[in-house]
Design a binder for this molecule. Structure first.
Ligand code: AMP
Ligand code: MG
Length: 404
């Protein structure tokens, strides 16, 4: 039996970052959640032209020196410069232009007097306050100069990066692609979701659940299959999928029964390991490689599949994506006692209480209990040597929402 940490470290250590690829920067919204492979440097200055930070009047500061509310300075208004005005304009001494926020400042102007400090005139304007040179002006390049690094390599792209990305004048960006995940449900008892199961049959809920988890974690699901309990069917499906996926996740067929198709297909073949991990749920685990794909053979009970995906598949696939393998955990205090098996690290389904500071167990800890799974908010991590989880104890928990 391996400890949880030993097995998790083994699968994470085997993962390698995927090769980067160039993607059009205009696909920015498809890039969210991906990691940049190279630094992004701007090709342009930002702002690209000197522009007004306020609605007001473009002036020479020297022309309004000494202006006050009691002794305003009057200047003739040459015209209007709205945002989007593409003309190259000049300011003559002792005149002004009415200018809008974001509009190009005319040559010769060195300040903008905001409209609130004037009488708002359109022919002539009374300016009631002096301004220093540079007031309310955003200078070309004051934010970013050509060649400046806008995003370092390794940036996990988020909506806040989109403006810099799209404004930098760079047509393509180098990113690490989403890991491609294929899902295979095994079991002669499985029926397609939507069909009524007969006696002895169950709906294949793991396949869609694992696919949904993969999407939630930011991976791409490229295939979903359901296969029966023979080694040939499993080997056939996985061999085909190894050509299109970086990660293949199977559920079922790895425990100690008489017909365990993953074991029938791969046990004893090089590159595959079937192990027992000191955890609950999720004790039987299989791990191997097939061509360029990494295979995770997860146990079939839905709760075991979910936990195994989160603690093994997600961390390894995050490494493929160039990300930190660790999922977010938070600390919470135990509000109700429960038990944990000796010598096994437990991932207990819990609900949050008191704004997430407190957890209670839900639904019993059997790995087949679907109701408790649906009602749970998080997995509480109980160390292997703890058998009684006491009220008041603090545990690390993995929230089940916001996995990306
Ligand atoms: P196994 O790991 O194949 O022995 O399966 C353990 C339990 O999980 C059995 O009760 C299976 O019927 C159930 N199970 C396996 N695969 C699925 C699946 N895809 N959807 C729902 N239940 C499943
Ligand atoms: Mg099975």
């Amino acid at each position: 039996m391996l400890t949880f940490d030993e097995y998790q470290q083994r699968v994470v250590a085997a993962a390698r970052r995927l090769p980067s690829r160039s993607v059009a920067a205009t696909d920015a919204t498809d890039l969210l959640g991906l990691v940049t492979a190279e630094p992004l440097r701007s090709r342009v200055a930002l702002p690209g032209f000197t522009n007004s930070a306020m609605d007001g009047y473009a002036v020479r500061a020297a022309d309004v020196q000494g202006a006050t509310a009691d002794a305003p300075v009057s200047l003739p208004v040459t015209g209007d410069i709205p945002a989007g005005d593409t003309r190259s304009l000049r300011l003559e001494p002792r005149t002004c232009w009415r200018i809008m926020t974001g509009a190009p400042v005319p040559d010769g102007a060195d300040a903008v007097v905001q409209v609130e400090l004037t009488d708002g005139g359109t022919e002539t304007v009374a300016i009631r306050s002096a301004v220093e040179a540079g007031r309310a002006i955003r200078r070309r390049g004051e934010d970013i100069e050509p060649g400046d690094e806008v995003l370092p390599a390794g940036t996990l792209l988020h909506p806040r990066h989109v403006p810099a990305l799209l404004s930098a004048g760079v047509p393509e960006i180098s990113v690490i692609p989403r890991p491609r995940v294929a899902i295979v449900s095994t079991g002669d008892e499985l029926v397609e979701p939507g069909r009524e199961p007969g006696h002895g049959q169950v709906v294949d809920s793991n396949g869609p659940m694992l696919a949904a988890l993969a999407v939630e974690c930011g991976f791409e699901v490229v295939a979903m299959r359901r296969v029966g309990d023979t080694g040939e069917e499993v080997r056939g499906a996985l061999t085909e999928l190894a050509g299109v996926a970086d990660v293949i996740v199977t559920s079922g067929g790895v425990s100690a029964g008489a017909f365990e198709p993953l074991k029938l297909a791969f046990e004893g073949s090089g590159g595959f390991d079937f192990v027992k991990v000191a955890m609950q749920p999720g004790k039987p685990q299989g791990f191997g490689t097939l061509g360029n794909a990494t295979v995770f053979a997860l146990p079939g009970n839905p709760v075991s599949s979910l936990v195994s995906f989160l603690v093994f598949v997600a961390p390894a696939a995050r490494v493929l994506a160039g990300r930190d393998p660790r999922l977010t955990t938070v600390e919470a205090r135990v509000a109700e006692h429960w038990t944990s098996p000796p010598g096994r690290q437990q991932f207990a389904r819990v609900v949050f209480d008191d704004d997430g500071r407190v957890v209670r167990p839900i639904g019993g800890q059997g790995s087949h209990v679907l109701g408790g799974l649906a009602g749970s908010h998080a997995l509480a991590i109980v160390p292997a040597d703890t058998t009684e989880v006491a009220v008041g104890e603090t545990l690390h928990v993995i929230p089940l929402e916001g996995l990306a």
